[in-house]
Design a protein around this ligand. Structure first.
Ligand SMILES: Cc1cc2nc3c(=O)[nH]c(=O)nc-3n(C[C@H](O)[C@H](O)[C@H](O)COP(=O)(O)O)c2cc1C
Length: 210
């Protein structure tokens, strides 16, 4: 039988806090979506997670990405590595929304029509979807939107469920035919509004194949 180690209340080494954000460290995604004129917008996001070949995104309703995804239900989930953090940060104070919504303007956001030029990143055509990929991002996942909903409990955000339809990986990260070498790939991590790379490998789970 498993024995549980009950801590006495005095052993609690935590304090109750009220942080403004709960961004506890997730990969940065550069989400590309299709503008109304057929050009591609880039939006840095960090709220994403994968379930099989579905990827769920958390997107603010005041931004261009949300507008674009409702009009045209395709995107590319481009994953930058730590070497690209400054390009990501160049995009951080910008929006593809024109005019800039009042709330975003008050936070210092300005309109940027060409996010590729603004960031210095290069666009490359996608194969299955219309928004372009970002060439410098080592992983580029073309995806279609399966569901887009704004939950009643959080009227400023959309939960966007996507399905991957094509996965592109830089050649030097691939082992065999279909595996990413986890020793060579490192996501750019957004950790309480600071950028980090990964540290040294610690070990692997029992199901790891490489
Ligand atoms: C590293 C980083 C992570 C971000 N994560 C998110 C996110 O998960 N969801 C979101 O809606 N906005 C996120 N933002 C804010 C958007 O990038 C910002 O609203 C931007 O104006 C979106 O561009 P757009 O209006 O052209 O879509 C993040 C910004 C940065 C720099």
């Amino acid at each position: 039988m498993q024995t549980s180690k009950a801590a006495s209340p005095s052993a609690d080494d935590t304090l109750l806090i009220q942080p403004k954000i709960l961004y506890y460290g997730t990969p940065v995604v550069l989400l590309t979506t299709l503008n109304e004129d057929g050009s591609t917008n880039i939006s840095p996001i960090s709220s994403s997670w994968a379930l099989g070949n579905h990827i769920v995104l958390g997107i603010g309703l005041g931004g261009k990405a949300a507008e674009n995804l409702q009009r045209y239900r395709e995107c590319v989930i481009n994953l930058p590595d730590p070497s690209l953090w400054e390009q990501v940060e160049r995009l951080a104070p910008t929006t593809g929304k024109n005019p800039v919504p009042t709330e975003k303007a008050a936070q210092g956001f300005t309109y940027q029509s060409d996010k590729f030029a603004a960031s210095g990143l290069a666009s490359i055509p996608s194969q299955q979807v219309r928004p372009a990929r970002i060439r410098e991002c080592p992983l580029q996942i073309e995806a279609v939107v399966e569901d887009f909903r704004a939950p009643a409990y959080a009227p400023f955000f959309a939960i966007v469920e996507t399905r991957a339809v094509a996965v592109h990986a830089h050649r030097d990260l691939i082992i065999g035919e279909h595996h990413i070498d986890p020793r060579l790939w490192s996501p750019l991590i957004y950790n309480f509004r600071h950028y980090f790379g990964l540290g040294e490998p610690l070990g692997k789970t029992f199901r790891a194949e490489v």
